[in-house]
Design a protein around this ligand. Sequence first.
Ligand code: 13P
Ligand code: SF4
Length: 315
Amino acid sequence: MQRVVPFADWAIHAPYVIAINRLKAERNAVILGHNYMTPEIYHGVADFVGDSLQLAMKAAEIEADVIVQCGVHFMAETSKIMNPAKVVLMPDPEAGCSLAASITAEGVAEMRKRFPGAPVVSYVNTTAEVKAASDVCCTSANAVQIVNAMDGDTVIMTPDKFLAQNVAALSDKRVVWWDGTCMVHERYRAEDLRAYRDGNPGVAIIAHPECPPDVVAEADFTGSTKAIIDWVHAHRPARAMLVTECSMAANIADELPEVDFARPCNLCPHMKRITLEKVLYALHSMTGEVRIAPEIAARARLAVQRMIDLSRAAG
Ligand code: 13P
Ligand code: SF4
């Protein structure tokens, strides 16, 4: 913690970190943290950190009574879907996602009408209702494998059009998409990356697949947040630019002192709603519980479980 949180901030965070970790034991709670959480959450209170796929798989295995989801709302819903007997708490239920907000179950039905018989692969960045209306889910870590595993020539991907376009470039399937975007990754521009590379020869540019395809084309590597972390660990470039959310570099900079991280990054305002204060309040008051209608949860679970099974089968 001392190495990732500036000394002046530590005095503010320390009492919260201590209180949360104490309360976590009292409540028999586990904190799942997404890779975009701030360092004081990522390193200070999370019991398990990872990308969306890792968090979904971990949620299914948790034996503690309470799961506190440090991430956005669809991630907490996924945990509840995968482990319905547990109490899942969202420290800020308003922490949404521009992708999850872009489509409803009616949107999925509309796509099915437009492309009859085509399977629907929905990104985990969707509500439980959308998952329930889909054939299978995917994450940025397994989207190509999942699309390739579908029957037929045409596959519908919702809601991220850029993820779908990036998958289409790597798949023989005809991929059709919903018109959603991530408000964080859509802002990157290929010309900015080119200009950055011109000014910083040798920089490793690593992008998330929610970025537009011309941005991905400029990158040396593209992958999920976990895959990005793994790539930087494996390659240890002298200079790296992570074309994704800002906390990623902040969380791993200490483990990789030889890597100079360029910091032109974009903040996700939804992820940043999660703070230590809100985590403490949720655990203390046991508020912010995620509830999903059982029939929706049961159908959504089929789509998420199918993704996990296909992902495991593909290795
Ligand atoms: P990952 O599954 O790669 O962690 O991505 C989740 C997300 O919301 C990225 O914007
Ligand atoms: Fe959603 Fe984009 Fe934020 Fe990820 S970074 S939670 S996709 S808005």
